[in-house]
Design a protein around this ligand. Sequence first.
Ligand code: NAD
Ligand code: UDP
Ligand code: UDP
Length: 313
Amino acid sequence: MRILVTGGAGLIGSHLVDKLMEKEKSEVIVADNYFTGSKDNLKKRIGHPRFELIRHDISRPLFVEIDQIYHLACPASPIFYKYNSVKTIKTNVMGTLNMLGLAKRLRARILFTSTSEVYGDSLEHPQKETYWGNVNPIGVRSCYDEGKRMAETLMFDYHRQNGIEIRIARIFNTYGPRMNIDDGRVVSNFIAQAIRNEPLTVQLPGTQTRSFCYVLDLVDGLTQLMEGTDTGPINLGNPGEFTMNELAKAVQELINPEVQISEVENTPDDPRQRKPDITKAKEVLGWEPKVNLHEGIPLMEDDFRQRLGVPRT
Ligand code: NAD
Ligand code: UDP
Ligand code: UDP
């Protein structure tokens, strides 16, 4: 089995590669342009005879011979996906089109990592897969939200029109070791700030919620979805819901009780509440997350301390 992982140098992709490489007969090819990912995340794989790393921008066609595609390539942090919004759209739309063209030529199964952002500023809570979403089509987050929605449409149209075997995961906020320290997402910000003894920046109002999934749980969900029979979309996430005020307190308590918490301006269109309904993942895949936030934060802290060169005192 030869497996292509686009975006394999990123947070989720690199942990997925670790899991895929465990299977003795599988060969893994990563295609990544290193926009938000890093070769460092794959350093223990480079040089392995069953592993190949290609510098490639997925918005351009890619011709490789593979049996399965995990299509993850796309910046996930709002700071990075807003930085070059047109590029984010190209990555989602043209990138997914190219991967579907590749899947069609080779009759390969393709899994796409969509997002809870397809639900937008949700009017349903928690979010089920049947909810169609409340997304601003012209806002600063739209390049990502609408890009992912269009990519889901493409996946289903290639499935219906060309019989491509598709899998769609709607991933909710995921965190863990290897996250880019300057990624800009809330968990990595708070952990880096706590270690550096800088104030934790809670964006107002602080009562907005997210549900955070540990990366290894998420990766198990992705491989189970790929190997199962359901096309999805299936929500993958941890239903434990926290306000940003609560998250800041948890990080303070677990990492640095002395650290200050400061309130800062928020960005436009920030969803107010987010929590996955994972009934479908439980029923269809037999999947549910195992690591809760209070267990996951210290695992990420270890990794951040090592990379920042600040050991526990
Ligand atoms: P990440 O930013 O750590 O990884 C994304 C990877 O894609 C990086 O290695 C980056 O260099 C690569 N990439 C970006 N644009 C590319 C392009 N045009 N061509 C080739 N490579 C490109 O993000 P992540 O958290 O690992 O997310 C992986 C996937 O999961 C993304 O599709 C993201 O939208 C989705 N997702 C993640 C979360 C989350 O909370 N982590 C939530 C929902 C969805
Ligand atoms: N494509 C690719 N690799 C392949 C096959 C196709 O990147 O192995 C790209 C191809 O360049 C095209 C896209 O996938 O831009 C869609 O391919 P498809 O065959 O569906 O459409 P067409 O080539 O007819 O536009
Ligand atoms: N946030 C925060 N402080 C930060 C970064 C983010 O309070 O330093 C908040 C942000 O306003 C949002 C939540 O954390 O409500 C999650 O933001 P993130 O960028 O991590 O991911 P999103 O779910 O918005 O894609």
